[in-house]
Design a protein around this ligand. Structure first.
Ligand code: AMP
Ligand code: DBH
Length: 544
């Protein structure tokens, strides 16, 4: 197996330790500490099912330790990688802390992923285990797991929360914690996150205990969390935003409680805000818009809500302005990435900053550059490419030399692909991006990844996928498909073909246009990037 590493240069790692950013803590150690300091305090209120369940810190620790030992009893060894694909439920946290306790590494997939993506994660991470729910949102994950096993012989263990059929039942994975290994090294990789990215398939992001725990501690402080905090986890719990900004893990670090709703529906969520006195929640812009629209019909007491975070995609100032009066709480914009860097507007920032910017970095050690195409810094206030290196931003993806060559500069900066401008206080405003990814309601994927699927359809000569601004989704995807001579293609046929390829639903193009040629005006051959740009502009100049 390829080792999991995150190669921070020695000098920088030493500086982060000296500065007290990296404190040598690990996740197994933290959970033990929380459980001994506050065994009876609620960690999780799981209202995702009909019968609400409460898990205290003591119970979370107990269940995670037994689950971790159970994984070892099933034959998985410390060091194993296990893809975790669960909806928002208490078992997600039992699984993740159980894996940590067993010295194993979760690979965080999202519920929307399908066989194609899961098999890719299993391959890339060399994963030997997969943890799923039986079904969720009308999708049965067990047939998907069978297909992944057939495709990936390395996968030995599938663990199912719910009706397990031939697989191992989640509830039966349990053994004496005496078999658990010693704590991992704080500098070691704790888990792999996935990135939307702008080229090819999703990439795997190795994050260390040291770096992630630092970002959690600072995020919890910036968001004003304490033991009384109650966080409603609306977005998928495995997303970096929901996990760490400050997310569930930041809330645990502060001693608060995570509330899990049955869905992202405004009524369901806001009734939980009233019932459990929720103080903070996090949404993507399209969801914030839906909640705003639903508000006139909703009569719940929202007086406990202090902070509504919005991030994952650009929040338009017109929407931003409505949040505080509508929900009676502070708006906090969050601009982050699974690769590391997270920016927050601070709770006491002037209104102008909260409405119009995406905030500033967590840390004074976040080394930020805004540069032009040639790599030279642009003037203050001017748009440029955002590059960053710092105490919680990765230096490399896992097992992906070509992505590493593209995404990191020689002096170790991560090229985010985002175009931003920076003001005198260091606040960033997102102006666009340079990469070809589509950010559909906060879910990101590369144009190239879906183009490659469409190219696999016999009869397709060429295809280009572009992002089109959309009032609801922020962006929607539009595929321009050129058939081979003499072939008739219909959008419905292409959609069906894509669904049969078992990819996440958010990647299926919102619009498909059949064109006779992709390069109408071009003389010679355009790069993919220029071609997409030209199509986007042509599409936008069409009358509505
Ligand atoms: P990922 O690398 O898949 O974790 O996606 C992170 C990307 O999401 C960032 O690089 C931005 O392009 C986008 N993003 C996240 N938060 C915001 C935000 N508040 N405003 C605009 N774009 C955002
Ligand atoms: O979109 C993201 O990836 C994101 C948004 C807000 C993120 O990773 C984060 C905060 O940590």
């Amino acid at each position: 197996m390829r080792p999991l590493i995150q190669p921070y240069p020695d000098a920088r790692a030493a500086a982060y330790r000296t500065a007290g950013y990296w404190r040598g803590e690990t996740f197994p150690q933290l959970l033990r500490q929380w459980a001994s300091q506050r065994p009876a305090a609620p960690a999780i209120i799981d209202a995702s099912q009909q019968n609400t369940r409460v898990l205290t810190y003591g119970e979370l620790h107990h269940r995670a330790a037994h689950f971790g030992a159970g994984l070892i009893a099933q034959g998985l060894k410390p060091g194993a990688r296990v893809v975790v694909q669960l909806p928002n439920c208490a078992e997600f946290f039992v699984a993740v802390f159980g894996l940590f306790a067993a010295g194993m590494h979760p690979v965080f997939a999202l519920p929307a992923h399908r066989q194609t993506e899961i098999a890719h994660f299993v391959d890339r991470a060399e994963a030997e285990g997969l943890i799923i729910a039986d079904s969720h949102d009308g999708f049965d994950y067990r047939p998907m797991a069978r297909d992944v096993i057939a495709q990936c012989p390395r996968l030995q263990q599938v663990i199912v929360h719910g009706a397990a059929e031939e697989f191992s039942a989640f509830s039966a994975v349990s053994a004496d914690p005496a078999t658990l290994p010693r704590d991992p090294s704080p500098a070691s990789v704790a888990f792999l996150l996935i990135s939307g990215g702008s080229t090819g398939l999703p990439k795997l992001i190795p994050r260390t205990h040291d770096d992630y725990i630092y970002s959690l501690r600072e995020s919890a402080r910036i968001c004003g969390l304490d033991r009384t905090s109650r966080y409603l986890a609306v977005l998928p719990v495995a997303h970096n935003f929901t996990l760490s900004s400050p997310g569930s893990l930041g809330v645990f670090l502060a001693g608060g409680c995570v509330v899990l709703p049955p869905s992202s529906d405004a009524k369901a969520c806001l009734s939980l805000v009233e019932r459990y006195r929720v103080s903070i929640t996090a949404l993507v812009p399209p969801l914030a818009q839906l909640w705003l629209n639903g508000l006139p019909d909703i009569r719940f007491d929202l007086s406990s809500l202090r902070v509504m975070q919005i991030g994952g995609a650009k929040l338009q100032p017109e929407i931003a302005r409505q949040i505080e009066p509508a929900f009676g709480c502070r708006l906090q914009q969050v601009f982050g990435m699974a690769e590391g860097l997270v920016n927050y507007t601070r709770l006491d920032d002037p209104q102008q900053v909260r409405i119009n910017t995406q905030g500033r970095p967590i840390s004074e050690a976040d080394d930020i550059r805004v540069v032009d195409e040639a790599g030279n810094p642009v003037a203050l206030g001017q748009p440029g490419q955002l590059q960053v290196r710092g105490p919680y931003t990765i230096c490399a993806y896992h097992n992906d030399p070509s992505a590493n060559a593209r995404s990191f500069t020689e002096d170790g900066f991560y090229c985010t692909g985002d175009i931003v401008s920076r003001d005198e206080q260091g606040n960033l405003t997102v102006r666009g991006r340079s990469g070809d990814h589509i950010n559909r309601a906060g879910e990101k994927f590369s144009a190239e990844e879906v183009e490659d699927h469409i190219l696999a359809l016999p009869g397709v000569m060429d295809v280009a996928i572009v992002a089109i601004p959309d009032t609801t989704l922020g962006e929607r995807s539009c595929a321009f498909v050129q058939p081979r001579d003499g072939v008739t293609l219909r959008p419905a046929h292409i959609r069906r073909f894509l669904r049969e390829r078992q990819i996440a639903g958010f990647k299926i193009p919102d619009e498909i246009e059949i064109v006779t040629t992709l390069q109408k005006t071009a003389v010679g051959k355009l790069s993919r990037k220029d071609l997409r740009q030209q199509l986007r502009e042509a599409r936008l100049s069409e009358p509505a």
